[in-house]
Design a protein around this ligand. Structure first.
Ligand SMILES: Nc1nc2c(c(=O)[nH]1)N[C@H]1C(S)=C(S)[C@@H](COP(=O)(O)OP(=O)(O)OC[C@H]3O[C@@H](n4cnc5c(=O)[nH]c(N)nc54)[C@H](O)[C@@H]3O)O[C@H]1N2
Ligand SMILES: Nc1nc2c(c(=O)[nH]1)N[C@H]1C(S)=C(S)[C@@H](COP(=O)(O)OP(=O)(O)OC[C@H]3O[C@@H](n4cnc5c(=O)[nH]c(N)nc54)[C@H](O)[C@@H]3O)O[C@H]1N2
Ligand code: SF4
Ligand SMILES: [Mo]
Length: 749
């Protein structure tokens, strides 16, 4: 217990390597430090990681036994045997009555726990579930779809090596999104040869470090980015030679951009046109541009169209597949991949007919798929490691939807806004009590994977997710010892024989879906140190070696079948994280569809060609509220303990100083914020970083957690009490949480 143990921070997608030192009780984190041996973070952490003990041991409402809800809404503890058999019986009953496709699967992991959710497809197959979604379908599906159309492969930005970083609705200083973000931003800011361009209505910490801050009017990115793309055309800044070799569709795009009224669009965005021209020229002259767009635009007006124009800006200037630009990444999972169907030809959800992108039903239509008398409506929901009542639009409507279902089953570590409405709660081990991993591995040229080993024992009464899924699948009667026996026999002859036997399984479509549990029950128990949960990574490693043979070889694992095996061994033993692939920059081109870029997405180009002026918001909503800003102490709802926060404990409403003066408000005064959907009271924080007319509330607040006496205490405002489900992207249905028309009223002290 006196040794530093490697693990990772679980609070954002970076999953920085950390080391923890346990206290004398063997349960608390006495000390936490960055792990210098982690290949991506190399010792870096931000302020949030150092207080992770609040996730593990704080006031969280931890659940340590399976719970069944009584008719009066209270919960009673039940045994695992009862829980598994009752949940199985209810799921099967609903399947018999309405078909397994009426059971909707939601979630599968937060920012750092994707290993358990990777076993869920087996449970889905066992009960015939068909439709699923996760938080990705309320932020990233527009970006995925555009990427699929243009490249046929998801791409990411190489910010660290870029001459110019281009941040569009993204505040990496607080939200990260690439390794060692604060260090990289500061280095870039200090280096006179490099520049940062930021599109954000708020003067964020990132904007403060930038050379060009285009502080636009909220929701006008489509105009400003179209103007930037048009400036590239007008001023002959397009990399024609590069595009001729690498891309198709340039003429159609240029024809539309020539007609863009640059001055007018800058005026709509309320940014000085000279500044826009200067920033665009700087970008065009750079050897390399790395662009990151995020929620500021992905949860805002024209979100999918913005994802497209943003890409045009860096593509027209030749920024793909070279150092410091964008690249098509490797990895152990399929996150970000989509088939890229033209609009209208995509698979759709059963009730709303909404497009399924990347296998995910848009989050904003889930309540429409439930609150209806449509015969194909969802009748049950299986929720894993997510808190949709808090995180999806219109919390009140989401509660109504869950309450109307015949069955809600949730796997979580804590009593949450969502699990409170479940009929059964299956308690999981925390992320420090089990083997865990993130599949958000997008690094380049060296991509990283980190299998975290448990650093604490799990309390009795909880299970890791792979075990929960295995028990459900077995209780459903679709897998048994008979299915395991041949694989186990093969395993006795060695992994090669096992690989052959497993290939046989994959040939059978139904068995293939159950593969995660088959691996867990056969290969799993043979893995050292109780690492059964890593069994699935064996197949993932083989798959990675098959899909990216040169990159896996360059990382030192050899070629052929042995490469998959060696990669898996390295994953198992590399407690600090390992390099899984090493890419060549040229490799990006081999991954693109037809090895080329498709610049013209006709349906989106048409929108740019016919863009109307923005409608003015109705007079009764004079403010635009961004509902869910990332701040120094927010982390979705992963840390429930309010004492975790060292600053901004109340979750203030940020507003411009000018507006505060007009309303006679000073810091800490309570105001009432109202939207079409709800009304809340919150203290204000007037700041000159905000534009007049713009308001901002943090994400992750408004959680109800028991205090020391057991009474529930709610801290701050839950942003989705104020948002609407049908204020959303017209293509992929992502919600417009950063653009919520709002009103402010002062509250008598
Ligand atoms: N501290 C912290 N970090 C996190 C998380 C967390 O909860 N807390 N969550 C993680 C997750 S899940 C995600 S998806 C990422 C999200 O990371 P980000 O997208 O960077 O986070 P946000 O603060 O939600 O939004 C980014 C910026 O959009 C700006 N914005 C608002 N309206 C507009 C607009 O109209 N146009 C433009 N251009 N910008 C606008 C906001 O001012 C804000 O600075 O963060 C990850 N990192
Ligand atoms: N208005 C508004 N809404 C937003 C956003 C916004 O900016 N504005 N941001 C959105 C974004 S980008 C995202 S990604 C979502 C995030 O929202 P969700 O996808 O709902 O995810 P989290 O809040 O991370 O919830 C994680 C859940 O996992 C549980 N948990 C923690 N560890 C474990 C574990 O080991 N096993 C299991 N089974 N459970 C565990 C936690 O208790 C919690 O209930 O929120 C979205 N909602
Ligand atoms: S919150 Fe993100 S950037 Fe900060 S330490 Fe954790 S994983 Fe790293
Ligand atoms: Mo997110």
């Amino acid at each position: 217990m006196t040794e530093w143990q490697p693990t990772a921070c679980i609070l954002c997608e970076c999953n920085c390597g950390i080391q923890v030192l346990l206290g004398p009780d063997g349960r608390s984190f006495d000390k936490i430090r960055g792990d210098k041996l982690h290949p991506a973070s190399a010792g870096y952490t931000c302020n949030k990681a150092l207080r992770l003990d609040h996730y593990q041991n704080g006031r969280t409402g931890r659940i340590t036994a399976p719970l069944r809800r009584r008719a009066d809404g209270s919960f009673e503890e039940i045994s695992w045997e009862t829980a598994i058999s009752e949940v199985t019986a209810r799921l099967r009953e609903i399947g018999h009555r309405y078909g397994g496709e009426s059971i909707f699967y939601y979630g599968g992991g937060g920012q750092g726990n994707h290993l358990g959710g990777a076993y869920a497809p087996a449970t889905m197959a066992a009960f015939g579930m068909k439709y699923r979604s996760s938080a990705l379908a309320q932020e990233k599906t527009g970006d995925f779809w555009v990427g699929a159309r243009m490249f046929g492969h998801p791409v990411r930005a190489d910010v660290e090596h870029a001459e110019v970083a281009f941040f569009v609705g993204k505040n990496p200083y607080q939200s990260h999104g690439f390794p060692r973000a604060r260090t990289v931003l500061k280095e870039m800011s200090k280096d006179p040869r490099r520049s940062m361009i930021v599109l954000d209505p708020v003067r964020t910490e990132t904007a403060e470090l930038a050379d060009f801050h285009l502080q636009l009017r909220p929701g006008t990115d489509v105009y400003l980015l179209s103007a930037m793309a048009a400036i590239l055309v007008r001023d002959n800044l397009i990399d024609g030679e590069w595009l001729a070799e690498r891309a198709r569709g340039l003429d159609e795009v240029v024809a539309v951009l020539r007609e863009v009224p640059i001055e007018k669009y800058c005026a709509i965005a309320d940014v000085d046109a000279a500044l826009v021209v200067a920033a665009t020229h700087r970008l065009a002259q750079a050897k390399s541009v790395a662009a990151l767009e995020d929620l500021g635009v992905q949860m805002n007006r024209y979100s999918t169209v913005v994802s497209y124009v943003e890409k045009l800006v860096w593509l027209l200037t030749g920024n793909l597949g070279k150092p410091g630009t964008q690249y098509a990444f490797t990895g152990l999972s399929a996150i970000g991949h989509d088939r890229g169907h033209p609009a209208g030809q995509w698979p759709t959800s059963p009730v709303a007919g909404a497009p399924i992108i990347s296998g995910l039903v848009p989050c904003t239509v889930i309540t429409e798929e439930i609150l209806t008398d449509h015969p194909a409506r969802y009748r049950a929901m299986f929720i894993e490691s997510s808190n949709p009542v808090h995180s999806l639009p219109d919390s009140a409507r989401m509660r109504e939807a869950l309450e109307s279902l015949e069955l809600v089953v949730a796997i979580d570590v804590a009593m949450t806004e969502t699990t409170r409405l479940a009929h059964y709660i299956l308690p999981a081990a925390t992320q420090f009590e089990k083997y865990e991993a993130t599949f958000f591995n997008f690094d380049f040229p060296r991509n990283i994977f980190h299998l975290r080993h448990p650093v604490l024992p799990a309390p009795e009464g909880v299970l890791a997710e792979p075990e929960i899924h295995a028990r459900l699948v077995e209780a459903a009667g679709v897998l048994s010892e008979d299915d395991y026996a041949p694989l186990r026999a093969a395993l006795e002859q060695g992994r090669e024989a096992f690989a052959m036997a497993f290939l046989g399984i994959l040939a059978d479509r139904q068995q293939a879906k159950l593969a995660p549990v088959l691996l867990y029950r056969t290969l799993g128990p043979t893995l050292p140190d109780g690492a059964a949960a890593a069994a699935l990574l064996w197949a993932a490693a083989y798959n990675c070696a098959r899909k990216f043979p040169q990159s896996v070889e360059r990382a030192g694992y050899g070629t052929g079948l042995v490469a998959g095996e060696r990669l898996f061994e390295a994953i198992l033993t590399g407690k600090h994280g390992i390099v899984i692939t090493e890419d060549d920059y040229e490799e990006t081109w081999t991954r693109l569809r037809d090895n080329t870029i498709q610049l013209n997405i006709p349906e989106l180009l048409q929108v740019i060609a016919t863009l109307p002026e923005p409608d003015a918001d109705p007079a009764q909503w004079p403010f635009v509220l961004s509902a869910g800003e990332r701040r120094a102490f927010t982390a979705n709802t992963i840390v429930r303990d309010p004492l975790w926060r060292k600053r901004d404990g109340a979750g203030t409403l940020r507003m411009s100083r000018a507006d505060a003066d007009t309303l006679g408000l000073t810091a800490g005064d309570l105001v009432r914020v109202s939207t079409r959907r709800g009304s809340v009271e919150v203290p204000v924080d007037p700041t000159d970083r905000m534009r007049p007319g713009h308001l901002s509330l943090p994400n992750g607040f408004g959680l109800s957690v028991p205090d020391d006496t057991g009474s529930p205490v709610t801290t701050g405002v839950a942003p989705n009490e104020l948002t609407e489900f049908d204020s959303r992207d017209e293509w992929v249905g992502t919600p417009w949480h950063k653009y919520v028309p709002a009103r402010l009223d002062t509250v008598a002290p």
